[in-house]
Design a protein. Structure first.
Length: 398
């Protein structure tokens, strides 16, 4: 599960936690690094003609193998945890010929380290299933995009399906193989039985397209803004923050932030709205029903030189097996973690260290067994790191 955070306002986060009880530092392991550039073992992150906020570079990790979707470089690379490049899917028009990889010719020749040409345009989110099949978000060329003026929706995205060797199998649309384009894709997830969930954002809400391992549509979940659940008996304004797919069941984990009216005590009139709380809602994909909800505990901090508490809102990093949700709050030296078990309501708090000079760009990924990986970029290199969280969560891995 992927989360991108770009820091432009580091100064406002120089906060001291009001309580450090039961806060455990999670050990970080630096795995390998990549230079910035266009060569096969490099990553192309920055450009003068492109805002950093538009970069859709993502990572995924499965069984110790890393997959990096380099959107500006128009390639998807596969690395071992030691940084050895195993394969690459790349746009031949925007990348130099590979030196260490053999270009795939489509023959039956066995090649262990291959480069597979494919005309990627603006690849972004990616997901890997247990077969090591790879799903990659990409944009369509302008002549294949459509716009619905009434709904104000641009249908311009597709999902590319590659096998474990990087060979292209098919592209997916809303109806499945070869279907009409998706609206804006926010994320891809693989779930139980190698099923695929495609989460899309629209002006009126969210659509989740759920496919089986053969790319047949199983369910389409429509989540409209006006239908978001509200705690019974309360007047609150909901704002859907994120949707994640559970890795081991047909469930969606939906985070909703709630706001309430702010009352001016002197005039007893409404003066605006203020944040009230955040909650997770667990939805059954098969029938669209909500199974349960869990309130996210607040994270209060005290600003230096001030007495007032500042309540910060958690961001979702991902969901591991058993509906354990990992959340984060940024700080100057890293991130505060909260692991919330949506079934037992158990909470674990921790901290991961990220140096300030590694914040030029970063993206996180949580594996289904709870390993948190990240691509952390400075101005001249990208580092691939991970944090094994079993000591924090108490999970024992075989």
């Amino acid at each position: 599960m992927i989360r991108i955070i770009i820091f432009a306002i580091i100064g406002i986060l120089s906060l001291n936690s009001c309580s450090n009880k039961e806060i455990q530092s999670v050990d970080r392991q630096n795995l390998f690094r990549l230079d910035i550039g266009r060569l096969e073992n490099q990553i192309d992150l920055f450009a003068l003609d492109q805002s950093q906020a538009m970069i859709k570079t993502h990572i995924a990790m499965r069984d110790g193998i890393f997959y990096i979707s380099d959107s500006k470089g128009q390639k998807v690379s596969k690395f071992t945890s030691y940084g050895d490049l195993l394969s690459m899917i790349y746009n031949q028009e925007t990348n130099p010929p590979p030196f260490t990889l053999k270009i795939s010719s489509g023959s039956s020749e066995i090649v262990t380290r291959r480069a597979v040409p494919y005309p990627l345009i603006q690849n972004g989110s990616l997901a890997v299933d247990s077969r090591k099949h790879l799903y990659v978000e990409d944009r369509l060329p302008p002549d294949r995009r459509t716009y619905d003026a009434e709904k104000r929706v641009l249908f311009d995205s597709t999902v590319l399906h590659f096998d474990s060797d990087g060979n292209f199998i098919e592209y997916l649309g809303q109806e499945g193989i070869g279907g009409t384009p998706f609206p804006y894709i926010t994320n891809l997830f693989t779930s139980i039985n190698n099923e695929l969930a495609v989460v899309c954002r629209l002006p009126m809400g969210w659509n989740v397209y759920w496919f089986d391992s053969n790319s047949t549509v199983l369910y389409v979940v429509l989540i409209r803004n006006e239908d978001l659940p509200i705690p019974k008996g309360e007047t609150l304004y909901p704002s859907l923050d994120s949707i994640s797919a559970a890795p081991d069941k047909r469930q969606l984990i939906i985070k909703i932030d709630y706001y309430k009216d702010s009352i001016d005590e002197s005039t007893k009139t409404k003066s605006g709205i203020v944040f009230d709380r955040s909650m997770f809602w667990v939805m059954n994909v098969e029938d669209g029903s909500y199974l349960n909800s869990v309130e996210i505990p607040p994270f209060d901090q005290i600003q230096s030189n001030q007495k007032d508490k500042v309540e910060l809102v958690y961001s979702v990093l991902g969901v591991s097996r058993g509906n354990k949700v990992f959340l984060s709050i940024p700080d100057t030296n890293g991130y505060h973690l909260l692991v919330l078990d949506l079934e037992s309501k158990d909470q674990k708090r921790g901290f991961i260290k990220v140096d300030p000079d590694e914040l030029a760009f970063n993206t996180f990924y949580l594996s289904e067994d709870g390993i948190l990986s990240a691509l952390l970029a400075t101005d001249y290199e990208a580092k691939i790191v991970w944090w094994r969280t079993e000591k924090l969560t108490g999970d024992v891995r075989k």
